[in-house]
Ligand binder design. Structure first.
Ligand code: ATP
Ligand code: MG
Length: 363
């Protein structure tokens, strides 16, 4: 019965019973010291609808790693608050993000799925780590610069400046060994590593120094409307991204408008960011090699290539969208998963915070 829930089968869109209530409690519970497998932590902000960049850069890898690690997949809602959010929409987006995790193949019976704000230790540890962090380290962050571009320094929110420390706390709280993320998060994982080492050096061995896992393909999917910047949930224009629940018509429309260039050859040339990005997306969704793709599209025009790309994405997203449909109107199920996940995460986090407080002389 259990192999019914293997991620590869899920990705193929097989028949699943997501709603087997009796199985809620069967998901793994481990403690940092007794974990049989290394620990994996990652998360997504419920700041919009997940897009193919989130999927290819992060969630697809989570699914592939799910059996190899003890996994915690977080909905990092506190991170989302670093930019203004409509409370009603945020509430919905939190549930939608869980649905998308499940639809992509994350299994709540194997992994802990939880909401960041349900575990108070995240902000608690973040404060303690803040006291070890320098202004310089945070001002250097590329994402901070990108997200505050054009804003007067006096008007920039402290949250957006501080959030990499909260992310370090998220990771370090669970004795995390690996953090699979897209390339844009590499700098933040580095900070988590630095803070772990700094703390250990100052107060004695406490934190595991985590490693980032960044896959080469898909680590940085660029915006369709501007291939100089990464695809983002919070992009102003919907032509920036393909959302995981976009309809076939939306996907065709968005791909047909995606930026390319005035050349003709369809080849993997990183110096031509528009077509390179589209080819990268094609490569991951089709599973073909670069050589095979270049051969296939030799002499073919951009319009025909884009049509093929759109159909390939539509086909690739279909199993996720089918799963998503089965999860509609399953709010109770989603809430239950989050409750269970929070309970487990809390237990682990409390254990760690106790040690941290003792080391720092607070207890
Ligand atoms: P926001 O615009 O609100 O920051 P986002 O699209 O950047 O949203 P996040 O929730 O910040 O998404 O990131 C979730 C995960 O997806 C992270 O691991 C991040 O590295 C990865 N990711 C985000 N955008 C991309 C992208 N364009 N290509 C590859 N991976 C990405
Ligand atoms: Mg982001």
């Amino acid at each position: 019965m259990l192999n019914k829930h293997r991620p590869d089968e899920k990705m193929r869109g097989g028949v699943f019973d997501f709603f087997r209530r009796t199985e809620y409690t069967k998901s793994t519970m481990f403690s940092e010291k007794k974990a049989k497998k290394p620990i994996l932590f990652s998360g997504v902000q419920p700041s919009g609808t997940l897009h193919i960049g989130n999927f290819l850069g992060a969630i697809k890898n989570w699914v592939e790693l799910q059996d190899k690690y003890e996994c915690l997949f977080c909905i990092v809602d506190y991170h989302a608050l670093t930019v203004p959010q409509d409370p009603k929409i945020l509430k919905e987006k939190i549930k939608e993000t869980v649905r998308l995790y499940l639809a992509c193949g994350i299994d709540h019976r194997k992994s802990i799925i939880f909401q960041q704000s349900d575990v108070l230790e995240h902000t608690n540890l973040a404060w303690l780590l803040t006291t070890l962090t320098n202004m310089g380290e945070l001002s250097r962050m590329t994402q901070f610069k990108d997200k505050t571009q054009g804003q007067e320094s006096g008007t920039i929110g402290v949250g957006i400046f501080e959030y990499p420390v909260l992310m370090a706390a998220d990771i370090l709280l669970y004795g995390t060994n690996v953090v699979p993320v897209g390339e844009d998060q590499q700098q933040h994982v580095e900070l988590a590593r630095d803070l772990a080492k700094r703390f250990n050096h100052r107060f004695g061995e406490t934190f595991v120094v985590p490693e980032g896992i960044i896959k080469k393909d898909g680590a940085r999917i660029m915006g369709l409307d501007n291939p100089e910047k990464k695809m983002s949930k919070s992009a102003v224009s919907e032509y920036n991204y393909i959302a995981l629940d976009d309809s076939p018509e939306d996907i065709r429309r968005k791909i047909s408008r995606a930026a390319t260039d005035s050349s003709r050859d369809i080849v993997f040339d990183p110096k031509r960011p528009g077509i390179y990005n589209l080819l990268t997306i094609y490569k991951i969704f089709s599973g073909l090699t670069e050589k095979a793709i270049e051969k296939k599209f030799k002499g073919v025009g951009y319009a025909d290539f884009k049509q093929d790309l759109a159909e390939t994405i539509i086909k690739g997203l279909k199993p996720i969208q089918d799963n998503l449909r089965k999860l509609e109107k399953q709010d109770k199920h989603i809430e239950r998963i989050l409750e269970e996940g929070a309970e487990k995460a809390r237990e682990l986090a409390k254990e760690k915070m106790k040690v941290v407080k003792e080391k720092m002389g607070l207890k």
